[in-house]
Design a protein around this ligand. Structure first.
Ligand code: NDP
Length: 444
């Protein structure tokens, strides 16, 4: 079986040259799969692995747009429709200058297993553009989104492919994208995008869901050691959508959140992060965290990673590979008990190994941040039935889903003789669900 995995991996590396993040995501999943393949040779016979590593469809398109000064720009748009064995392709759009095919494929690959873990009927996909919305006017962002959707719309549909937000794509961008989709198709097809505003088809709790879900997952991990967030020193990276609501839920559970960050550096606020001020600064005014620090009288440390301040619970909520081995070592020295990934693949493989060797509870993103997409699926349910649920009911559903993902990861890890290993549990539970559906659907 090891040979079989090595053979498929060699093929992935050869066929997808230079796509480091995609390679990293595949290796990370393959590391868990040997015992599953040994137990289930039918997956090998039906070439499930080979098929899982090849997206069903990869779209790359030109996105031309005109800025406020009249200059024409040409960005590149992507949508990778990765796997639809369990339902329509589902996964966010990322607008960030670092976006290229390898990032979109890594995110799509992760999304397939994450969506399977939620237990909802959704396949996996991901997309985005190398467009940078930071520093752009409302009008420029709107024109870009309209141009992006003018190509993408023909590939979407509530039963086909349902995007949502990710880095650089929040409620504002989803609004412009939905508006253009509606205009071009002449259909008010609410279920074609999630993360919508509350007055036009959105779901309560969707905005909060990824951050809340990550903390609910972490709380469940802490409970396995007979402890909780209460009174714990918490550090969060990022200060966008996921980070803000991770901070809020951690504070609600009694955690003391002392630091967060952005791409310019981090803020240390020993009195505890003031979430209203953070949201005013980052979300409303779209200013960097250094301005929050200035307004709050807190410390801003430019160009460094937030993990050096030490924490009992660490929640990486910014971007991939942002918590490396040195950062993990600093966290271990400071007595960290749990790390839960709000972002996708934020912890490097060697940092994961170091944390696990030190006995730290480690919740991988495909399990710990699945609350966002799970609540997107709840938004699709509400759209399909033209209903809208209360905040309390939707949050209860989210909590139930996060607890069941947590428990399934632990049970699967036990079954495969890796007790307490959430990485193995998440990879195997997600993989077997998709693999079984692929077997049932034949060679397609
Ligand atoms: P946002 O755009 O709202 O926020 C991203 C945050 O991360 C910002 O503070 C940003 O700082 C920082 N950041 C982005 N890129 C870098 C970088 N290269 N180096 C340092 N900091 C960086 O995005 P989200 O909060 O939505 O997403 C954050 C993470 O969570 C991503 O990994 C995403 O894939 C993942 N995720 C998001 C979900 C969602 O529902 N939104 C669902 C599941 C996972 P700056 O503004 O300075 O760039």
């Amino acid at each position: 079986m090891r040979q079989q995995l090595a053979h498929v991996l060699e093929q992935v590396l050869r066929r997808n040259p230079g796509e480091q993040e995609f390679h990293q995501a595949v290796v990370e999943v393959f590391d868990s799969l040997e015992p599953v393949l040994r137990k289930n040779p039918q997956y090998v016979d039906a070439a499930v692995l080979e098929r899982l590593c090849e997206p069903e469809r990869q779209l790359i398109f030109r996105v031309p747009w005109v800025d406020d000064a009249g200059t024409v720009h040409t960005n590149r748009g992507f949508r990778v429709e990765y796997n639809s064995a369990l339902g329509p392709y589902k996964g966010g759009l990322r607008f960030h200058p670092s976006v290229y095919l390898g990032i979109v494929k890594f995110l799509g690959f992760e999304q397939v297993f994450k969506n399977a873990l939620t237990g909802m009927p959704i396949g996996g996909g991901k997309g985005g553009s190398d467009f940078d919305p930071r520093g752009r006017s409302q009008g420029e962002v709107m024109r870009f989104c309209q141009s992006f959707m003018t190509e993408l719309y023909r590939h979407l549909g509530e039963h086909t492919d349902v995007p949502a937000g990710d880095i650089g794509v929040g409620g504002r961008e989803i609004g412009y994208l939905f508006g253009q989709y509606k205009r071009i198709t002449n259909r008010y097809e609410s279920g074609v995008l999630t993360g919508k505003g509350l007055t036009w088809g959105g779901s309560l709790v969707r905005t909060e869901a990824t951050g809340y879900g990550t903390v609910l997952f972490a709380e469940r991990m802490l409970q396995t050691r007979g402890t909780s967030f209460d009174g714990r020193r918490v550090v969060v990276s990022g200060s966008g959508n996921v980070a803000q609501y991770a901070i809020q839920k951690a504070q609600q559970l009694g955690g003391h959140v002392v630091a967060c960050s952005d791409s310019t550096g981090y803020v240390l606020d020993e009195r505890g992060i003031d979430l209203d001020l953070l949201q005013q600064t980052r979300e409303v005014e779209r200013l960097p965290v250094s301005i929050y620090a200035e307004r709050r009288g807190a410390t801003f440390v430019p160009g460094r990673r937030v993990w050096e301040v030490g924490a009992q619970v660490a929640l990486p909520c910014a971007t991939q590979n942002e918590l490396d081995e040195d950062s993990a070592a600093a966290l271990v020295r400071s007595g960290v008990i749990a790390v839960a990934e709000g972002a996708n693949m934020p912890t490097t493989p060697s940092a994961v190994a170091l944390l696990r060797d030190a006995g730290v509870l480690f919740g991988p993103g495909k399990a710990a941040n699945a609350g966002g997409v799970a609540t997107s699926a709840l938004e699709m349910q509400q759209n399909a039935s033209r209903d809208s649920w209360s905040f309390e009911y939707t949050e209860e559903r989210l909590a139930g889903i996060m607890h069941s993902i947590h428990d399934r990861c632990l049970a699967t890890a036990d079954e495969y003789e890796a007790p307490g290993n959430y990485v193995v549990g998440a990879n195997i539970a997600g993989f077997t669900k998709v693999a079984d559906a692929m077997l049932a659907l034949g060679v397609v």
